[in-house]
Design a protein around this ligand. Structure first.
Ligand code: CTP
Length: 445
């Protein structure tokens, strides 16, 4: 019996997929088809897949050519599958010619002609209208955003707005987009507004964008008042628009894996979350000169509050802050203590004090530890009472990581309701409430 194996994502199943499966089956007697898992596609940067794994497997099954369907979960699996299933022929389409020659040592490799003029990528573009992104703000984060957005199919960064037209023009020249100094013209040229302006302007820009019928992706912290956050989310809901807070950690695959493992019971019941993020900033930077909204907690608190709120929820019993301040009243180092019925949490942020940036999740049967930069989670460990018993987990974090949130936001705009659990409206509202309490306390002193 000649055993054949082939692999693919098989997203938006099309004629090219049908043809390759048919011809693969004709090469032998028994055909195994490997379908990529969602996590694997994410990890290798294929972020635009539309159909779920179940749908994709179902479509392969319906052709009747596959004798067996397996899930491809990681790099290096092909070699293992060839050995495990006693494969005689490995085949894929001619777009991969040469890529799998190394498998020739273990079985025969055949590249079949690809069906012309059809691909999942083409269908995705046809299916979804390309969303035009307009950016408000021209600072560091906006510069990081443009190349990340370029990696997500279905969006196109078109323009930038800055009330100082020259800044907008400089930014636009650099990235080959249009510059606007007039906000009405800017709104007319955008479908999604990315708000990357100074913190205190977020509320007003979000509101205006929603009024103009635009979806909004806003940098963290979205706003500094629970009431304002609730108002904006409610307004977006009424207008059937997506309002999305960009805390990149929430959307990266490694952090999702960490939360999943933390909640799986492997460290027992969670009783402690300690998150620390420090970054030494020079004294002349906005973060340390803006007396109203600058400081370590407003700058970095969103990252540290994220694991606390995701793991302990929104209903805390007590919230207390301690800060070391600069002469201008801005906090250089802040610890937020959050007490829950069943657990204790701290969020430690520093712009003028350096510490070990760590995320520690303590449970009744062990702990999870992730070192800096845990906010771009790519590695973490699970420890138990026996110090030799350590489980290690890793996950890819690509580039600056903004691609993950852009991709999830786009899916939500296109009607996928399964992604908003990563950072819910309630999570963002709670963060805004905590920021509000922090600022009220700081400004009172
Ligand atoms: N394939 C093919 N002819 C096409 C498209 C795909 O023969 N027109 C083959 C690929 O070479 C691969 C298999 O179908 O062996 C699964 O490919 P997949 O990557 O899932 O499909 P694409 O349409 O190429 O997807 P994408 O555009 O997302 O890369």
């Amino acid at each position: 019996m000649v055993k054949v194996i082939t692999y693919g994502t098989f997203d938006l199943f099309h004629e090219g997929h049908y043809n390759i499966l048919k011809r693969a089956k004709e090469l032998g007697d028994y055909l195994i088809v490997g379908v990529t898992s969602e996590e694997y596609d994410q990890a290798r940067g294929k972020l635009s897949v539309v159909d779920s794994l179940i749908t994709r497997i179902d479509n392969v099954k319906k052709t009747g050519f596959a004798d067996e369907i397996i899930v491809e979960e990681s790099q290096g699996q092909k070699f293992r599958d060839i050995k495990k299933y006693g494969i005689d022929i490995f085949t894929v389409g001619s777009d991969w010619t040469g890529s799998f020659d190394y498998l020739n040592d273990y079985c025969k490799v055949i590249y079949l002609d690809r069906t012309k003029d059809i691909s999942s990528t083409m269908l995705r573009v046809k299916k979804t209208q390309i969303q035009r992104i307009g950016i408000i703000g021209t600072g560091r984060i906006a510069n990081r955003f443009v190349p990340e957005a370029a990696l997500v199919s279905g969006v196109n960064t078109r323009c930038v707005y800055n009330p100082h037209k020259e800044s907008a023009e400089k930014f636009a020249d650099k990235w080959g987009i249009d510059a606007y100094g007039d906000i009405e013209d800017f709104f007319a040229a955008s479908d999604i507004v990315y708000v990357a302006s100074p913190h205190e302007t977020h509320y007003s820009y979000i509101k205006q964008s929603l009024e103009h019928g635009k979806h909004v992706l806003c940098e963290k912290p979205m706003c500094f008042s629970g009431t304002q956050a609730r108002e904006l989310f409610e307004y977006a809901r009424q207008k059937k628009l997506i309002l999305f807070e960009g805390i990149k950690t929430a959307y990266c695959p490694g952090f999702a894996k960490l939360l999943g493992i933390a909640c799986s019971g492997v460290i027992g019941n969670i009783r402690g979350v300690d998150a620390c993020f420090t970054k030494l900033e020079s004294a002349d930077k906005r973060e340390l000169t803006d007396k109203v909204y600058g400081g370590s907690f407003t700058e970095l608190g969103s990252y540290c509050l994220l694991p606390i709120i995701k793991l302990f929820g929104r209903e805390y019993e007590e919230l207390r802050f301690e800060s070391i301040k600069a002469a201008n009243g801005i906090d250089l180092y802040t610890k937020a203590h959050v007490r829950y019925g069943n657990g204790l949490a701290t969020a430690t942020c520093g712009l003028g004090v350096k510490s070990e940036g760590k995320l520690l999740i303590s449970g009744t049967a062990g702990y999870i530890s992730a070192d800096a930069p845990w906010w771009k989670t790519s590695y973490f460990e699970v420890h138990h009472e026996n110090p030799d018993e350590i489980e290690r987990f890793s996950e890819r974090f690509l580039g600056d990581g903004l691609r993950y949130e852009i991709c999830d936001m786009l899916s939500m705009i296109n009607g996928d309701t399964t992604r908003d659990f990563k950072l819910t409206r309630g999570d963002s509202e709670t963060m805004a409430e905590i920021m509000e309490q922090f600022l009220a306390g700081r400004n009172r002193q």
